[in-house]
Write a protein that binds this ligand. Sequence first.
Ligand SMILES: NC(=O)c1ccc[n+]([C@@H]2O[C@H](COP(=O)([O-])OP(=O)(O)OC[C@H]3O[C@@H](n4cnc5c(N)ncnc54)[C@H](O)[C@@H]3O)[C@@H](O)[C@H]2O)c1
Ligand SMILES: O=C(O)C(=O)C[C@@H](O)[C@H](O)[C@H](O)COP(=O)(O)O
Ligand SMILES: [Zn+2]
Length: 355
Amino acid sequence: MKTLHVTVPNHEYDILIGKNILNQAAEYVKNVSNPAKIMIVTDENVNRFYGERLINSLEQIADVKTVVLPAGETTKSLDFLKQLYDAAFDFGMTRADLMVALGGGVVGDLAGFCASTLFRGVDVIQIPTTLLAQVDSSVGGKTAIDVPQGKNLVGTFYQPKQVIIDTETLKTLPGKEFASGLAEVIKYGAIWDKALFSRLEEAEGKDALLENIADIVFTCCDIKRQVVEKDEHDTGLRMILNFGHTAGHIVEKAYHYTGYTHGQAVAFGMIVASRLGEKMGRTALGTAERVLKLIKKNGLPTAIDIEEQQLMGAALDKKATGSSISVILLKEIGKCEIYKMPVTEFADRCKEIWK
Ligand SMILES: NC(=O)c1ccc[n+]([C@@H]2O[C@H](COP(=O)([O-])OP(=O)(O)OC[C@H]3O[C@@H](n4cnc5c(N)ncnc54)[C@H](O)[C@@H]3O)[C@@H](O)[C@H]2O)c1
Ligand SMILES: O=C(O)C(=O)C[C@@H](O)[C@H](O)[C@H](O)COP(=O)(O)O
Ligand SMILES: [Zn+2]
């Protein structure tokens, strides 16, 4: 097992990365928390594969209740948030108790948000089971729900008490979801780590990647750790983790959070942002082609239809202030910049390069 340690002001925690470590969850949990009650939040698919194993382990140290939610992005909503609060009150949780998010980014963001507000904050431990959640969403403390007005528009910063990553859980992940997680891995390569990007270019298919997946997960978590430690609250450097997300979030909302997964939308968003940078003379020529090729190779979308007026949705992006938006542009593979432009210019330029 490998460990990373995240240190932010007033809080620190470990990210544990290993194979088949889910069965020993209780041993890790008791090192950081001593709850009388533990509420596990998961979804129906993850519960089928891993619920019993986690319950068996955690029952050794506390009373356990499991809340099983429908799978899918539309669960990351106010309705299901309310369901979690109700379940926590029914269970008789107190501020000294613990919530555990077992699943992908949907469960992690929703349970994280609930934990951050319940009694003004109960501890939460993230046990991510998708590639996307293992390389990105379980680390760094962003929690959120989606609303009809836009993606992640209601949320908090709330760091987990611990992150337990069992990479063996990826063996049951459907191919489409594995590819969605790769979109965020491609993001880390594109903005920060050209060796990681080249490694993905050279990889021969999913099985080859799976063989070394713990190493890839570690690399991504370590990049995220470095960024979050420098800017926990997303006021500067952390914005680079949003490469591809301005257009990506517009796509997710336009398709009512059901047409494309987050990873698929971000993949296409990275093509848009790379083309934008090239058009503006800020991104080395040929970069957009490399990004597109890698996205295509992994079965992620390279074209998505959108109505022009939806592009103004960037005005509600959290990187927008007043009438301007900070977009993340690549300088070249492995290097990026935060570039401020009027939202109207972003929308106009996107019209030209979207297809
Ligand atoms: N907080 C952050 O920093 C952050 C970062 C990136 C993404 N996100 C958010 O994460 C969400 C997307 O997360 P996601 O891609 O994990 O989607 P998800 O949580 O919807 O999971 C994808 C699917 O995989 C299934 N699944 C999960 N683990 C499985 C396993 N091991 N075996 C079989 N099936 C499994 C789920 O049931 C679901 O159907 C989005 O809402 C996005 O906004 C948040
Ligand atoms: O951790 C971050 O910071 C990120 O931006 C990671 C993104 O991959 C993630 O999708 C995040 O939820 C986006 O946040 P938002 O602030 O743009 O809603
Ligand atoms: Zn993302």
